[in-house]
Design a protein around this ligand. Sequence first.
Ligand SMILES: [Zn+2]
Length: 128
Amino acid sequence: MAQGAGKYDPQLVHALADAGAKCGVLMVLNGNHGSGFAVQATVQQLLHLPGILRSMADSIEADTVETEKKEPGWTQPICADCFQETYGGEPVRVSSPHPECCCLCGDDTSDGIYIRIDPRTVAFPRSE
Ligand SMILES: [Zn+2]
């Protein structure tokens, strides 16, 4: 970890003063000076930091995975018959399709055709 003044140290000093704290971590993503972080802590407090960050990362990852499972994506498989009926023309197909369930009719399809559609508007949304 870098020693000395970092690009977000002034903001961290302000945040600690506002919170009435003596130690803390400020992480900035895509800020005015790019992404970075600032840490103000004693060596003893620093020893706890990896555990806290690990636990935070696990929690974020668990929440993210759960959200992805709950909400089907907008890329949905569609069979060639439904595509013809709904859109007409020649669809773009993936090169190595694997069996999926057509989002409109529910039949098994290996046609390798996908459409961008609100999953809430189809009868058989694929959850990703
Ligand atoms: Zn279909």
